[in-house]
Design a protein around this ligand. Structure first.
Ligand code: NAD
Ligand code: ZN
Length: 366
C-alpha cells in the first residue's frame, strides 16, 4: 500500500493506492473518524454496484449509506443528472455535513465531484475510482464537471476531494480495452516527467497488460505522484499543468471529429501522442531511437484503428481545443524521453504531417 499526500490551497488530502484497500474504506475517510452519525451517500452506476456493492457496504458498516445511481456512459455526465441526484439527496435528508463517496470511473467522479462542490455550496466528497483511467488521472487534481450539448467538460469547477482511495483489485473486473485506455495515460505521465516510470511500464508491459496487481499498483502510484506534483504547482491550469495534455490536442480532435463514438479517450490519446512524438522527431527534439522506442511501447497495447475522419476536420477540431489561448495553437512536444515542453509555433503543415504519420501506421495495422 502506498500513500501520496496532496496539498492544495483548500488543504491537504491523502491518496491511498493498494490492493484490497476497499475493505478499509471508512478508516481512510477523515470525515468518518469518530462520527458514526454522519449521513453518507454513495454515487455509483448499477453495473459497478452489482460487482462491488457488497464490499463497499461491508466496509462502511455499521453505517448504512444512501446509494444513488448514475446510468453508465459519458452521455449521462450532464447537468440534468446533477439536478436529479442533488434533489434525491435533499429528499434523503442531506445537509452541509453529509459526505458523498463517488464510486466508479471518471464519469461518476466528475459528476460526484461537481454535485458535491455545489450542493449547499460544498460538501465533503471522496473519490473511489474503479477504472484505471480514473485512478491514474481523473480522481486526482480536483477538476470536476459535466458536459453540455455544445461540448465536453464545459461546466465545472476545481474542487478537491477529502481523500482518494484507489484499490487496484477493482481493476480485475475492468474490460481489457478500458484497462489499456488507462495505461496510455500512465505512459503519458512517464513521457512528460518520469523516464523511470516509462522504463518500468516498458519492462513490465506483459504483466501490466494481464492486469497483475503489483506492477499496476506501482504504475498507478507513480502516475498519481506525477500528476499531483504538477497539479500542486499549477492548480488552476495556467502553466505547467498544460504538460499533462501531451497527446491531447490531436487526441481531443480525434474524439470530437468522430463524435466521441469511435475510440475511448485513452485510445485517442495514444494516437495523439504518436503524432506529437512525430512532430517532436521532425524538430529533432527527440532522437529516432527514442521515438521508435516510445511508439513501440504505445503500440504494444494495440490502440484500435483511427476513425475515418479527414485531416481538415482534425485540424479544425484541434484549433477549437479549449487549451488554446487567444488564437495561439499550444502544443505539447517532447524534449527527450521524460521531459515535455509547451510550444506555440507548431504549424498546420507539421500537424498535417503528424496526422499523415499516424494514419499510415493505423492503416498498416489493419
Ligand atoms: N476530472 C479530470 O481531471 C478528468 C481527467 C480525465 C478524464 N476525465 C473524465 O473521465 C471520464 C472517463 O472516465 P473513465 O474512462 O473512467 O470512463 P467511465 O467512467 O465511463 O467508465 C468506463 C466504463 O467502465 C465501467 N466500469 C467502471 N469501473 C469498472 C469496474 N471496476 N469493472 C467493470 N466495469 C467498470 C463503467 O461502467 C463504464 O462503462 C470522461 O468523462 C473524462 O472527461 C476527467
Ligand atoms: Zn486524458
Amino acid at each position: 500500500m502506498r500513500k501520496i499526500s496532496v496539498t492544495t490551497k483548500f488543504g491537504q488530502y491523502t491518496v491511498s493506492v493498494g490492493s484490497g484497500i476497499l475493505d478499509s474504506l471508512s478508516t481512510r475517510i477523515p470525515a468518518l473518524a469518530g462520527n458514526p452519525c454522519k449521513l453518507v451517500f454513495v454515487l455509483t452506476s448499477p453495473e459497478i454496484w452489482a460487482l462491488w456493492g457488497e464490499r463497499v457496504l461491508a466496509s462502511l458498516a455499521p453505517r448504512e449509506p444512501v446509494v444513488l445511481f448514475l446510468p453508465p456512459g459519458e452521455r449521462h455526465k450532464r447537468m440534468s443528472q446533477v439536478e436529479r441526484l442533488t434533489t434525491e439527496m435533499t429528499k434523503a435528508g442531506a445537509d452541509r455535513s453529509s459526505l458523498l463517496i463517488a464510486f466508479g470511473g471518471g464519469v461518476t467522479g466528475d459528476v460526484g465531484g461537481f454535485g458535491s462542490a455545489i450542493y449547499m455550496r460544498g460538501i465533503d466528497y471522496v473519490q473511489v475510482p474503479t477504472t484505471l483511467l480514473s485512478q491514474v488521472d481523473s480522481s486526482v487534481g480536483g477538476k470536476t464537471g459535466v458536459n453540455l450539448q455544445t461540448g465536453k467538460n464545459l461546466v465545472g469547477c476545481f474542487y478537491p476531494p477529502q481523500a482518494v482511495v484507489a484499490d487496484i483489485s477493482l481493476l480485475s473486473t475492468l474490460p481489457q480495452r478500458e484497462l489499456r485506455a488507462g495505461i496510455y495515460e500512465s505512459i503519458k505521465a512517464g513521457l512528460i516527467r518520469d523516464a523511470a516510470l516509462f522504463r518500468y511500464i516498458e519492462n513490465q508491459r506483459e504483466a501490466i497488460d494481464r492486469g497483475d496487481s503489483a506492477p499496476l499498483e506501482k504504475m498507478v502510484a507513480s502516475s498519481i505522484q506525477i500528476k499531483t506534483e504538477i497539479v500542486c504547482q499549477d492548480e488552476r491550469e495556467m502553466g505547467v499543468r498544460m504538460l499533462l495534455n501531451f497527446g491531447h490536442t490531436l487526441g481531443h480532435a480525434i474524439e470530437a471529429a468522430s463524435g466521441y463514438r469511435a475510440l475511448l479517450h485513452g485510445e485517442a490519446i495514444a494516437w495523439g501522442m504518436i503524432a506529437a512524438l512525430e512532430i517532436s522527431l521532425q524538430r529533432k527534439m527527440v532522437t529516432e531511437t527514442e521515438a521508435r522506442r516510445i511508439e513501440t511501447l504505445i503500440r504494444y497495447f494495440q490502440p484500435p484503428p483511427l476513425p475515418a475522419v479527414s485531416s481538415k476536420r482534425l485540424i479544425h477540431a484541434a484549433a477549437g481545443d479549449k487549451k488554446n489561448r487567444a488564437g495561439v495553437r499550444r502544443f505539447v512536444l517532447l524534449q527527450g524521453l521524460g521531459n515535455a515542453v509547451v510550444v506555440e509555433n507548431v504549424t498546420d503543415a507539421e500537424v498535417l504531417a503528424g496526422i499523415a504519420y499516424i494514419r499510415q501506421l493505423s492503416e498498416s495495422n489493419k
